[in-house]
Design a protein around this ligand. Structure first.
Ligand code: S6P
Ligand code: ZN
Length: 198
C-alpha cells in the first residue's frame, strides 16, 4: 500500500491502469443464477467459462475517510438475449454512494433501492454517474464489440452486500430485441411487500 500521494495512468484503448494492487476476474460461473435464461447459461458453460468482467483496484484501508478506487472492464457479449453485466450489489453500509466515470463503450447502469424504486442510466465515454446512497448498482455492456470501461470511486467503509441481488436479481433486465437494447421487468423480482409475505 502506498504511503505518499500517488498517480496512475489509464491509457487507451485498453485503459488498464499503469499500476494497481488487485486484479479480479469474474467468469460466467460466478453469475450463474443472475442471467434470466438458465438454459443459455448451461449451454455456454458446457463450452467453457467465459470471462465477463475484470476489476483493477488499489489497496486502501476500508475506513471512513478513504476512497476506494479502480477500473472496471465489462467485456461485450450476451447470455441468451441478456447483455453481459456485473453481479451488482448494495453497499453493506447502505448510506454510502459511488461515482462512476465512463471511459469507453456503451452501456447502462441498472439501479434500485430496497423500497423498490428503480433507475437505468446510460453510460458512454465522458459521462459521469453519481450513484446515490441506498441504490444497488450493476453495469451492463450493450456495445456490440467494445468493452465498457469505468473509473469508480466509493467510500472506504462501504462494504458489499451481494446476497440481496443474488436472491432475486434487479427489478429490470437489459435484453437485446431486434438488435437494440430494451429494458424489461425481471419476472423473478418481488416487491418488498411480496417478499415480506413470501
Ligand atoms: C464497488 C464498485 C465496483 C464494482 C465492480 C464489479 O463498490 O461498485 O468496483 O465492484 O464494477 O461489480 P460487482 O458487482 O461484481 O462488485
Ligand atoms: Zn459499489
Amino acid at each position: 500500500m502506498q504511503d505518499a500521494p500517488y498517480t496512475f495512468e489509464v491509457p487507451g484503448p485498453h485503459f488498464v491502469p499503469s499500476h494497481y494492487d488487485n486484479h479480479l476476474e469474474r467468469r460466467l460461473s460466478a453469475l450463474k443464477g443472475q442471467f434470466a435464461d438458465a438454459a443459455a447459461v448451461e449451454a455456454m458453460l458446457a463450452q467453457g467459462d467465459p470471462l465477463l468482467y475484470e476489476v483493477y483496484d488499489f489497496e486502501r484501508p476500508h475506513v471512513p475517510g478513504e476512497l476506494l478506487h479502480g477500473i472496471s472492464i465489462v467485456h461485450p457479449g450476451k447470455v441468451g438475449a441478456e447483455y453481459n453485466m456485473t453481479k451488482g450489489h448494495y453497499h453493506q453500509v447502505l448510506e454510502t454512494s459511488e461515482v462512476y466515470y465512463c471511459l469507453k463503450g456503451q452501456g447502462f447502469m441498472v439501479m434500485e433501492t430496497p423500497e423498490g424504486e428503480w433507475a437505468v442510466e446510460e453510460l458512454h465515454p465522458g459521462r459521469v454517474l453519481y450513484v446515490l446512497p441506498r441504490w444497488a448498482h450493476r453495469t451492463v455492456n450493450t456495445s456490440p464489440n467494445e468493452d465498457v470501461i469505468t473509473l469508480f470511486i466509493y467510500p472506504g467503509h462501504s462494504g458489499h452486500d451481494y446476497g440481496t441481488i443474488e436472491q432475486q436479481g434487479f427489478r429490470k433486465l437489459v435484453l437485446e430485441e431486434n438488435g437494440v437494447p430494451v429494458i424489461v421487468d425481471n419476472p423473478r423480482w418481488q416487491s418488498p411487500a411480496q417478499r415480506a409475505n413470501a
